[in-house]
Design a binder for this molecule. Structure first.
Ligand code: SAM
Length: 223
């Protein structure tokens, strides 16, 4: 069963040194988990989008790694990073511009910001597990109303991932990251948990599976 406890990073000010350090740790953890490669593979059979929204997208650096893998096939994408904190730097935006992608940011709670846009694809990395099942079902229903495709890369709730989450100190992770890594795995997903929370209405092709080493992938395409 999923167990949720509040993650510390969500409650720190963007310029708190512990938050800044934890976001750097997160970039390293994304690399160890192969999250950008897994997300790019997950998106491989989606039709080329004009617009993408990355929800809970943080500082945008995760999606930048994904964009670098996709840009040859998907040029000129308009991307918006949705997060409760305004932390996408001008440097990150310039790196997207150098790829020919336009990156904007929208700050606020996801239930306020997502209804204001209608992207072709919504992506999410390491954010869905922050939500209890009822809120998650509400968010997935909102995504299904606003977009034609959805791809999520989340922590897998497995003994192997839990063991690894206790070892993030070996990456030099600070106290915030050490707490949030374990909390994330306990709140993560397995089996068909996200498919069961996806709305029944509408015609969608769903996929849900483990991705080595520590990831749980869910995707949905409108048919
Ligand atoms: C673990 S971080 C992942 C960030 C990014 N996806 C990455 O992989 O680097 C989760 C993100 O969700 C954001 N977040 C948490 N609750 C949110 C909410 N209700 N609405 C929007 N963003 C939220 C946090 O600010 C944080 O940036």
């Amino acid at each position: 069963m999923r167990v949720l406890v509040p993650e510390i990073l969500d409650h720190l000010a963007p310029d708190d040194p512990r938050a800044l350090r934890s976001r750097r740790d997160l970039a390293r953890i994304n690399w160890v988990m192969c999250q950008a490669a897994i997300m790019a593979n997950t998106l491989a059979d989606f039709p080329a989008p004009k617009t993408i929204a990355d929800i809970g997208g943080g500082d945008g650096r995760f999606l930048l790694s994904v964009a670098r893998r996709l840009v040859k096939r998907w040029p000129g994408v308009k991307l918006v990073i949705l997060d409760q904190q305004a932390i996408v730097s001008t440097e990150t935006q310039s790196k997207f511009a150098a790829l020919g992608w336009d990156c904007a940011a929208m700050q606020g709670d996801i239930f306020q910001t997502l209804p204001q846009i209608a992207p072709d694809i919504v992506t999410v990395n390491l954010f869905l597990h922050h939500l209890e099942d009822a809120a998650l079902a509400r968010l997935l229903a909102l995504v299904a109303r606003r977009a034609k495709g959805f791809a999520a890369c989340e922590p897998r709730r497995s003994a192997f991932a839990l063991l690894a989450s206790h070892l993030v100190f070996a990456l030099g992770a600070n106290d915030v990251t050490r707490h949030d890594a374990v909390a994330s795995v306990r709140a993560g997903f397995r089996d068909s948990e996200l498919s069961h929370l996806w709305p029944q209405a509408g015609a969608w092709r769903l996929g849900e599976q483990a991705a080595f080493p520590f990831t749980h992938v869910f995707k949905a395409h409108a048919i």
